[in-house]
Design a protein around this ligand. Structure first.
Ligand code: BV8
Ligand code: ZN
Length: 223
């Protein structure tokens, strides 16, 4: 399975390209970049702190829970999520790749140590307890490559899966936006659950329009 921000929308987490996704009139593409952090780490940390405070109050919804149940029922299952909110893990998913990172992890810009950090609010600007350098969110920003182990794991899963279900993503951010065609070329059946049509809808075998919290749990019902 491949998920995006739309699966967390029903938990109250703003999507990226929906109207409510803006923060102080900044777009994610303006703030989630190494250059933005270089230029104004305080502003970037204020944005992440705002999202951490918001996400800290949110719970997984029925779609997250249904995916965790599908994992338990499936002998061979993998979840690729673009979301950084951690709600799939909170719902019980264990076989997953958080390919854009996790908002509850920080990485030291000096010694590169990665730690869990649940401080809400997080001190701005946070420094590494080991070496004192500035901490950054352990998140893949625009212009940064995904983590090699995630790319490898996703490639293997996409090429061997019988079915790929793409849920709640607008399909504009690469390389994730190309994953449906990777699976399709490898012979998989590809389904989509989304509120709106996406650039991938044309190559998808079945595209269901609706809310993830309503449609994903139906996958658990025997036909
Ligand atoms: C990389 C972390 C290469 C930040 C994010 C081709 C190949 C490779 C790269 C590129 C390429 N073309 C362009 C690029 C550059 C760039 C890119 O794709 N830009 C886009 C804007 C054109 N890609 C990158 O930079 C990637 N890096 O490949 O680098 C490289 C190689 C070597 C060396 C150096 C570099 C890195 C991309 C990762 C960026 N980080 N997140 C943060 O979160 O703070 S991306 C960000 O967008 C989020 O992770 C989010 O998940 C992701 C995708 O958005 P969606 O999840 O789809 O959310 P969106 O709001 O767009 O859509 C929600 C959908 O849900 C909608 O369709 C809506 O209808 C639907 N919906 C809403 N409610 C519901 C619903 N559906 C169901 N139920 C509902 N209730
Ligand atoms: Zn350090």
């Amino acid at each position: 399975m491949l998920t995006g921000a739309g699966i967390s929308a029903d938990s109250g987490v703003p999507t990226f390209r929906g109207a409510e996704g803006l923060w102080k009139n900044f777009r994610a593409e303006d703030l989630a970049t190494p250059a933005a952090f270089e230029r104004d780490p305080r502003l970037v940390w204020e944005w992440y702190n705002w999202r951490r405070e918001l996400i800290a109050t949110k719970q997984p919804n029925d779609a997250h829970k249904a995916i965790a149940e599908l994992e338990r029922r499936s002998p061979d299952f993998w979840l690729i999520t673009q979301n950084v909110d951690g709600l799939h893990r909170d719902a019980g998913s264990q076989k997953l790749s958080e390919i854009h990172g996790n908002i509850w992890k920080v990485r030291c810009t000096g010694c590169r140590a990665v730690e869990n950090n649940r401080d809400v609010p997080i001190s701005i600007l946070p420094s590494c307890p080991r070496c004192g350098s500035l901490l950054r969110p352990h998140i893949v920003w625009f212009g940064e490559s995904l983590f090699a182990e995630d790319l490898d794991c996703c490639s293997k899963a996409l090429k061997r899966c019988d079915i790929l279900l793409v849920i709640g993503t607008s399909g504009v951010v690469y390389p994730a936006a190309g994953f449906a065609s990777v699976a399709k070329e490898a012979g998989a059946f590809v389904g989509e659950i989304n509120l709106d049509p996406t650039p991938q809808s044309a190559l998808i075998d079945v595209s269901l329009q609706g809310r993830a919290k309503d449609l994903v749990p139906l996958l658990l019902d025997p036909i």
